[in-house]
Design a protein around this ligand. Sequence first.
Ligand code: MTE
Length: 314
Amino acid sequence: MAYRSPSVPSSEITPKSVYLRRREFLAGAVAAGLIGVSGAPVGAEALKASRGPYATDEKLTSLEDVTTYNNFYEFGTGKTDPASNSGNFKPKPWRVKVDGLVSKPTEFDIDELIAQMPLEERIYRMRCVEAWSMVIPWTGFQLSELLNKVEPLSSAKYVAFETVVRPDEMPGQQGLFQPLDWPYVEGLRLDEAMHPLTILAVGLYGETLPNQNGAPIRLVVPWKYGFKGIKSIVRISLVDKQPPTSWNMQNAREYGFYANVNPEVDHPRWSQATERRIGEDGFFGSGRRKTLPFNGYGEQVASLYSGMDLKVYY
Ligand code: MTE
């Protein structure tokens, strides 16, 4: 597979006719009963959740856009690849290991975990480093709730996350040329991980996560660029040093560990001052929205970084 930088959002270089054919394909898939009318995979289960804090009254991005315009390189580098190529992926049964510098290392079965966690709906803006954004109603729980269960030791300073490796089910992991090293890995500082805005999502639009969005469990950190939101997590480890992260290893000059949304720090190849909200006009010119510091969550999170030069720690 040829490497394609995230600077080239594939749907934006895909001719419109191909995109329209994709819509026809989706309609066909609905007719064939492979996916629901909404675009969610058949078999998605409803999740009971209370309404959580931090919701925005901005218009939600449509379920179709949320589930057909994705980045999930394990299924291919094109925006529609994850929806098209993830049909054979099996998000159940699933176990998540939480280990490292903790008193009670534990391996959780996903169904048992979901049953014991206080699920909330969190409506968050998501800002991709590629300068597009969405508003997504997630269902999930605070990562802090899970970390508290395993009791981090005082030596734990960071949290490292790992995605599953399953070339048999993930076509993007097959072949000689891979866009990233697998497993996809991500990390947070422990205080970022414990922040109430940081969630593990197990659903969106009130149902279990579609494969293409990171089933059965993925990270959501709304003040950071989307690539921090690692999908299909199998391991969470508490560690004492800053862990390696996939995009930083791929290109350290372009993708930092912190990756806080910051309109004042441009990507080396494009501006981060504005963004295109998916479903709205704004690829060029006046339809674009201004990007907000910390993606609009500065009031909640800016204090985590007091004393840090965010132009250096991008
Ligand atoms: N997680 C894994 N394992 N693999 C990926 O390629 N892409 C990241 C992130 N999580 C990615 C991943 C990027 S670049 C973005 S913008 C978001 O997932 C996209 O999430 P979405 O497709 O649900 O919108």
